[in-house]
Ligand binder design. Structure first.
Ligand SMILES: *Cc1c(COP(=O)(O)O)cnc(C)c1O
Length: 414
């Protein structure tokens, strides 16, 4: 009980810190959203929990950009596909952007607003279904456009607007695996491969060259896009700025974003789309896990009922170190532990953290910012079960939306 109280106290302090940062830049007051009062010891473990109130804050910020500029913001499903939240997301956003037929279908069926799609190449056998579920299709090459052009033109029941992804060969991403402009990139048509004679029927250009970046990067990128592709943008109806805009981050410069959008709208008369994934769900969810055991092999190591490899793969892939409520950097508090998953992968390590009290088997930990690029990427490596998924709303409190079991593991195998 005492432990729980302490954890809840820490929890409140952390949320205060989170809001405090935002308060400074956006004049949100703490009273606008109550401090987090979720009793996470009531959750199954492990469990992702998304707080609708935090989601709403992000949506309000994104919506203000739409209102100020008239642009359209789409949710990139690749980053966040928690469809139980789609009714709420759909009240603010114009629709979704998909990376595959399945994502497109999910957006079509569960949100029912605009459905855009982009993939490096489309599968012939899936294309009729893509035409049924999508209203905007972006192609990655002129060869792909040529291959599917007739199918697009033959569709009579609805209007499908097509575009081509350009590669401006300018990005400020330092991790090659996340850099669409890296040498020999397969993503987007470079200026030297651009075919002005094949633009007939195409209504949009799309670029995606950013990752977790502020609007100063966008502004510099747009200068290059304008210089290289301005002549072609003139002939288009829409321009899609892709994702990677960290719009809901406390230090994000919204004024520069707004200026960048209106600059292109005014100069070319095009509709502007943004398709962030991460920014929609940034800082809205937690992964709650339990300590299973403590071992000591030169340092204290806590083994958890969650796994970096299975439940937060970006911790290994990105890589990054998630924050934990009430925990600090190694040595910051008296008790330092390495936190590891319960798979057999030697590198299934989340990181080193320190705590004010010694950890014990049964203790719960809450990892922060676990809504995006987690549920969409998790897996059952080692036969590890998937975390439950819960939603917290002011009205209904905790709602456990989904729990997984052996059947979910088994049905992916044969
Ligand atoms: C990944 C991706 C997005 C979303 O990126 P975020 O970093 O989550 O904002 C949008 N568009 C395309 C084409 C992408 O590949």
């Amino acid at each position: 009980m005492l432990r729980n109280l302490i954890l809840i106290r820490l929890w409140k302090r952390l949320i205060f810190v989170v809001y405090h940062g935002k308060k400074a830049s956006r004049q949100h007051s703490l009273t606008e959203v109550k401090v987090l009062d979720i009793n996470f010891s009531a959750l199954p473990s492990p469990c992702y929990i998304v707080d609708e109130r935090l989601l709403l804050r992000n949506l309000e910020i994104l919506h203000s950009v739409q209102q100020r500029t008239g642009c359209s913001i789409l949710l990139a499903l690749k980053g966040f596909s928690m469809y139980s939240a789609f009714p709420l997301l759909g009240k603010y956003l114009k629709g979704v952007t998909a990376s595959s037929l399945f994502e497109a279908r999910l957006g079509f069926e569960e949100m029912g607003k605009e459905v855009h799609i982009y993939a490096p190449a489309y599968i012939e056998a899936e294309f009729d279904e893509i035409l049924r579920t999508c209203d905007h299709i972006t192609f990655n090459s002129f060869a792909q456009w040529r291959r599917f052009k007739d199918k697009v033109n033959n569709i009579k029941t609805k209007k499908v607007s097509c575009g081509i992804r350009i590669n401006p060969e300018y990005s400020e991403i330092e991790t090659p695996i996340y850099d669409p402009c890296y040498e020999y990139s397969r993503l987007g048509v470079t200026l030297s491969n651009f075919r002005p004679t094949e633009l007939e029927g195409l209504e949009g250009l799309h670029f995606h060259t950013m990752c977790e970046q502020n609007s100063d990067t966008l502004e510099r990128t747009l200068q290059v896009v304008d210089q290289k592709f301005g002549d072609y943008i003139k002939t288009m109806k829409w321009l899609n700025f892709g994702g990677g805009h960290h719009i809901t981050r406390p230090d994000y410069d919204i004024e520069t974003l707004v200026r960048s959008i209106t600059f292109f709208q005014d100069k070319y008369g095009v509709d502007i789309y943004l398709e962030p994934g991460e920014a929609v769900a940034l800082n809205t969810g937690f992964l709650v896990a339990t300590v299973l055991d403590i071992v000591d092999n030169g340092m204290k190591i806590a083994i958890l009922d969650t796994s970096a490899a299975c439940h937060m793969p970006d911790v290994l892939e990105m890589p990054y170190r998630p924050n934990i409520i009430g925990a600090g950097n190694p040595g910051q508090y008296p008790y330092t532990y390495r936190l590891g998953g319960h798979t057999c992968l030697a590198g299934d390590i989340i990181g080193d953290y320190s705590f004010k009290q010694p950890l014990q088997a049964g203790d719960r930990l809450a990892f922060c910012d676990m809504a995006h690029y987690t549920m969409v990427k998790n897996n059952t490596f080692n036969g590890v079960n998937l975390p439950s998924i819960a939603l917290f709303s002011e009205k209904e409190g905790i709602k456990i939306i989904r729990q997984f079991g052996y059947e979910d593991f088994k049905t992916r195998l044969s």
